[in-house]
Ligand binder design. Structure first.
Ligand code: 28F
Length: 639
């Protein structure tokens, strides 16, 4: 033992533990990319949220500081500072240096929230260049610093005194750039989104987010209405069918369960579930329980209140969820997370609690609010009628297939190859670009489908109406996959679906309409990576005898810098696809060896969901403004 350090035998073990984290960071935080970097913050914030759930903290601050430093503070009791029996170290040091400390030292049930890995502060410490902790407790400020992957510089010590009333924990750390090789830069929006979500899920908890880097930013989240306010936000740009958000909550067997819901006049269902503040994307027992109860209660009410016209009328789960915005949240002392991404709640007892708390409460709500009940049931009945009509329309398309095939082939210029793997289909804006594309294509592998009419906005229409839209029918027929429950990815006739639109307002509008269509009806095609956007160049630069096409202003400047200044280059801004001749279109946008394609991912669509809504919503003026502002990069399609 030397003087500078205070290592004991158990410390050696401790350091070996943290070394393991540094050797395989992915095992503890998922990845060492941007996601893993942000995971460090969630681990620390989780501990503060636990303190809030225990009832001792109502204010959390998160600061992004210069130099990629993060500071998190809470006004809880402060991490205990006494000596821990098992480790012989202070509880603070134990928590920061012993892997899987947390629950083990606190007795059962202390930890309620918790990240994907629930491994906490020691992992953050292990992956930090340095970390400092300050505890305000009993009128003292305790302090300890760790360096180079979690090694304590000296034991916990009192550095000053403070008001006895003041309590809390502050943790400040700098992620180790040897671990986070990809990036150590925190993204304000990622922190914003998740911290807001945590605030919605924990009513009364105030969370402040500060950014002290280049331009200072600050946001504050405090929702006394909790998930009620969450539903209100999700429905903000929609027309709601009833004023009140319906809210039901209860506790059974130490499990807190709450649901908030409100219907809008749209056709999609937005149901999000959480367990211990974690988004259970894959659903699970809480979600199943609520969905079953919703269907059962609405059907019973419809029957008993004689709203149903036919004797054996019944509404499906999909019917009763049309236009539904719903948040389900439960807090469970021992959650079992299952599924591919460990975001599916497996605890079977939760299903009954969902049925008790939500089912009984919702049934009573309908009895006490017959007007709202009628609105909800009529919405579901109209969904049911549309579902039946859509089924008929689909059958009709199938049966009329032969009749319509001539009209269809009038529009589609198919490729010769019947092998989907090397076949491509270009969805082209307008007839004139369509004409050039037909002439400039590789007829073996490239099919052209010009889109003339307006594509229906499927955000605002149901499947049955979508199926009666000419352009959409043509697209469905061309793809060959069918739609709805008949969808079959194996029947896709082209493995590259390429959207070719202009880089202007109309072009981005059409592109967004197409993406909306894919998002709602052909999501598996996008998931399988079959959808692309073509990138027509913005400028044509003629310099003497050479012609060069460049994608954007940046490329233009770069190219111009390489030119000999004796001859003046001629720069033409491409006005539109329709104005390029077939050769130009082929060389710049279509030919496999010279074109640039941007693959559309589901993530593009997910983040595009909000953009879709802004673009597709009812209000015209904000939409126009938005398109104009974002014409160049809506959904990041363009450079
Ligand atoms: C900025 C991040 O980490 N806050 C925390 C507490 C409070 C207690 C605690 C934490 C009990 C024995 C494990 C205090 N007094 N913010 C935080 N606040 N941990 S972490 O206890 C740790 C457990 O070992 C605390 C009484 N009980 C608990």
């Amino acid at each position: 033992m030397n003087k500078e350090t205070h290592y004991t035998d158990s410390d050696i073990q401790v350091l070996e533990g943290l070394e393991a984290v540094r050797k395989r960071p992915g095992m503890y935080i998922g990845s060492t990319g941007e996601k893993g970097l942000h995971h460090l913050v969630w681990e620390i914030v989780d501990n503060a949220v636990d303190e809030a759930l225990a009832g001792f903290c109502d204010d959390i601050e998160v600061i992004i500081d210069k130099g990629d430093i993060i500071e998190v503070r809470d006004d809880g009791r402060g991490i205990p500072t006494g000596i821990n029996e098992k480790t012989g170290l202070s509880t603070v040091e134990t928590i920061f240096t012993v892997l899987h400390a947390g629950g083990k030292f606190g007795g059962e049930g202390y930890k309620v929230s918790g990240g994907l890995h629930g491994v906490g502060a020691s992992v953050v410490n292990a992956l930090s260049k340095w970390l400092e902790v300050k505890i305000y407790r009993d009128g003292n400020v305790y302090y300890q610093r760790f360096e180079n992957g979690g090694k304590p510089c000296e034991p916990l010590k009192i550095i000053e005194s403070c008001d006895v009333e003041r309590t809390g924990s502050t943790i400040r750390f700098k992620p180790d750039e040897e671990i986070f090789k990809e990036t150590t830069v925190y993204d304000y929006d990622i922190l914003y989104k998740r911290l807001q979500e945590i605030a919605f899920l924990n009513k009364g908890l105030r969370i402040n987010l500060y950014d002290y880097r280049l331009e200072e930013k600050h946001d504050s989240f405090l929702y006394n209405g909790g998930i009620i306010e969450y539903v209100q936000m999700l429905n903000k740009n929609k027309t709601v069918l009833h004023d009140d958000v319906i809210y039901l909550s209860g506790t059974e067997d130490n499990i807190f369960f709450e649901v908030a819901l409100q219907y809008n006049d749209g056709y999609n269902s937005n149901v999000y579930s959480f367990t211990n503040n974690i988004n259970t994307y894959e659903g699970g027992m809480h979600e199943d329980g609520v969905k079953l109860a919703l269907t059962r209660v609405i059907n019973n009410y419809g029957k008993n209140a004689k709203i149903f016209k036919e004797k054996d009328e019944s509404l499906s789960g999909e019917d009763v969820r049309e236009g539904l915005t719903m948040i389900i949240s439960c807090k469970h002392p021992d959650p079992q997370f299952e599924g591919q991404t460990k975001t599916k709640l497996g605890n079977s007892e939760v299903k009954k609690i969902a049925s008790d708390v939500f089912g009984n409460g919702f049934e009573r709500y309908l009895m006490e609010n017959p007007n709202v009940a009628r609105i909800i049931i009529e919405k579901a009945m109209s969904a049911s009628r549309a579902r039946i009509a859509a089924k008929k329309a689909r059958e009709l398309i199938r049966r009329k297939g032969d009749l319509e095939i001539t009209a269809f082939y009038g529009k589609l210029t198919d490729c010769k190859s019947k092998n989907p793997e090397d076949s491509e289909i270009f969805l082209v804006e307008g007839d004139s670009a369509g004409g050039s594309a037909k002439k400039g294509r590789d007829y073996m592998t490239q099919a052209i489908l010009p889109l003339r009419g307006k594509i229906l906005n499927v955000e605002k229409a149901r499947l049955d109406r979508a199926l009666s839209n000419e352009e959409i029918k043509t697209i469905i027929t061309a793809f060959g996959t069918g739609i709805g429950d008949e969808f079959d990815l194996n029947k896709l006739r082209y493995h590259k679906i390429i959207i070719m639109t202009d880089a202007d307002v109309d072009g981005s509008h059409i592109r967004v309409l197409l993406l909306t269509l894919f998002y709602r009806f052909f999501r598996p095609i996008v998931e399988a990576g079959h959808v692309y956007a073509a990138q027509p160049p913005l400028y044509k630069i003629t310099h003497g005898k050479t012609i060069k096409y460049v994608l954007d202003d940046k490329e233009k400047e770069e190219y111009l810098a390489t030119l000999n200044p004796n001859v003046k280059p001629e720069i033409a801004r491409n006005k539109g696809l329709g104005e390029m001749n077939p050769e130009e279109l082929r060389d710049t946008t279509m030919a496999k060896d010279t074109r640039i394609l941007k693959q559309i991912t589901v993530d593009d669509l997910k983040s595009a969901d909000e953009i879709f809504e802004k673009l597709m919503g009812e209000e015209v003026e904000p939409r126009r403004e938005f398109i104009e502002k974002n014409a160049g990069y809506v959904i990041n399609l363009d450079i």
